[in-house]
Ligand binder design. Structure first.
Ligand code: FES
Length: 68
């Protein structure tokens, strides 16, 4: 599913970038991908859902170092 139509960024691409990034900050990862750098619609809707999911996953995964 496309999250950021303007930049052609899919949910899978974001998850992969988070998984393979050395940065613990999800917002920095999204910024590097260019998510939300055009119209910003994706930041208002879909990104919130992904960040909430990542936060939920981090709570259940005590070994994770990702910060959102
Ligand atoms: S949909 Fe992401 S910047 Fe436009």
């Amino acid at each position: 599913m496309y999250i950021c139509i303007c930049k052609g960024i899919t949910e899978d691409k974001i998850r992969s970038a988070i998984k393979h990034s050395h940065s613990p900050n999800t917002k920095d990862i999204l910024k590097k991908l260019g998510v939300g750098t055009d119209c910003g619609t994706c930041l208002l809707h879909s990104i919130d859902a992904i960040i909430a999911e990542i936060k939920s996953k981090n709570k259940s995964d005590k070994t994770s170092s990702f910060k959102v």
